[in-house]
Design a protein around this ligand. Sequence first.
Ligand SMILES: Cc1cc2nc3c(=O)[nH]c(=O)nc-3n(C[C@H](O)[C@H](O)[C@H](O)COP(=O)(O)O)c2cc1C
Length: 214
Amino acid sequence: MSDAPTRVIVAMTGASATPYAWRLLERLAGARIGVELMVSENIDALCRVELASSLDAELTRIYRKAPAPGEKLGEAEDGGPLVRRHGLRDFAAAAASGSGREVPMVVVPCSTGTLGRIAGGVSDNLITRAADVCLKERRRLVLVPRETPLSAIHLENMLRLTHAGATILPASPGFYQGGERVEQLVDFVVQRILGQLGLRHLGRYAGWGEDEPS
Ligand SMILES: Cc1cc2nc3c(=O)[nH]c(=O)nc-3n(C[C@H](O)[C@H](O)[C@H](O)COP(=O)(O)O)c2cc1C
């Protein structure tokens, strides 16, 4: 586990599927993995629609306080902040440059708009710029779209991103681990995200045919 990351860039964009992001943040906070948080404009609206909650309420639930853009809270295992929230125009953030150490990135949920902009190399905000940096530096980049059905444009963008080194991880839970409750289905996808980030040991379930989570 020595090569497991101690810090992760978590970007949330305006697609349905925010519960996956909150569960991921819970898991990371529980393990004291530091998070560089980037949130696009629609997230508050999505939290209200999907969870009858709000961005600040969810952040407060997980971190005891909701960090404002530019604010950092708590202490992670690596000595950095437990969470640092970035403004979308914070192009001075470390994640906007390839010169720093590798921090893997996940965009969850990933809207088709953000997916298209990353595929097109359009670094118009910190999320798309940080993703662009991951691709050019050959770093781990996991994109979690929810969209269905998919157009040829979506599929071509996904193929392009896969060729460039990203992992497209659709928010499509499997049912073979006995998912009776929504929480279990959410955990299924979050476990796959954690695995792609090199943090499989934080997951809840064993892999198919395995006895223990490892
Ligand atoms: C309630 C709600 C649900 C949405 N669901 C999706 C979705 O599942 N997938 C998607 O690509 N866009 C979805 N959108 C539209 C995006 O939020 C919109 O295209 C936005 O411009 C994306 O911008 P962003 O990528 O900067 O967050 C949704 C919007 C709202 C208000």
